[in-house]
Design a protein around this ligand. Structure first.
Ligand code: COA
Length: 187
């Protein structure tokens, strides 16, 4: 049976719609099933799923586990104590990143009225190179900016070349300074 011109146009429109959806799915390497409110998350990138919020007490175990997996725990720092101290000063600058309720990133910001600081930036090894650290630092930068902070400083172990490259990529530069420190007795 010959199709009327109107039915022919309608069929072409439907085919075009289906092809557009199929292309999006192919781009994301996902199986071609129907998108609805239950499964639309399956088409989001990890970065799109990232939820950033201030640290809460219930996050302690996962946070310390993440820091261990990122080799951030050194013998002279006690992570529990570091968290405890941080929660007394600008706790809202201590952020965690979650993907589907799993803690996969942290960043600990600080501000003493002159310079902002960043510590404990960590992204779990399997979630790296997806823009997550850039997003975490961006969030702290926004918060520091709102507080009137003019500049952010941070310290990196000189052997940690990868992290230096990361910070350069997101707009930081190496200052011509020597970092010094002094332990205070009893702390
Ligand atoms: C450093 C770290 C936080 C980066 O996290 P990440 O989520 O992979 O970083 P992003 O994906 O946001 O990277 C942003 C940019 O930096 C680049 N980058 C990230 N890690 C890099 C590395 N090791 N070497 C070179 N470039 C790097 C990315 O390619 C990206 O560049 P692009 O925008 O041109 O694509 C992560 O590797 C980590 O947790 N390391 C261990 C903990 C640590 O050492 N923290 C710092 C303590 S000072």
């Amino acid at each position: 049976m010959k199709r009327s011109p109107q039915r022919h146009r309608e069929k072409n429109r439907k085919t075009a719609r289906v092809s557009a959806v199929a292309k999006t799915m192919a781009d994301r390497k996902s199986p071609p099933y129907k998108i609805n409110s239950q499964n639309w998350q399956g088409f989001m990138t990890e970065l799109e799923k990232l939820h950033i919020r201030p640290y809460q007490n219930k996050d302690e175990k996962d946070t310390i586990e993440l820091w261990h997996s990122c080799n951030l725990i050194v013998s002279w720092n006690n992570p529990k104590l570091d968290i405890e101290r941080k929660l007394k000063v600008n706790p809202d600058l201590f952020l965690i990143g979650l993907i589907e309720d799993k803690l996969i990133a942290t960043v600990m910001g600080g501000y003493e009225g002159h310079r902002g600081w960043i510590n404990y930036l960590a992204v779990s090894p399997e979630m790296r190179r997806k823009g997550i650290a850039r997003q975490m630092v961006g969030e702290v930068e926004n918060k520091l900016h709102k507080l009137g902070c003019p500049k952010i400083n941070l310290q990196i172990r000189s052997s940690n070349q990868g992290v230096i490259e990361f910070y350069k990529k997101i707009g930081f530069s190496v200052d011509d300074v020597i970092s010094m420190g002094k332990r205070l007795a009893g702390q």
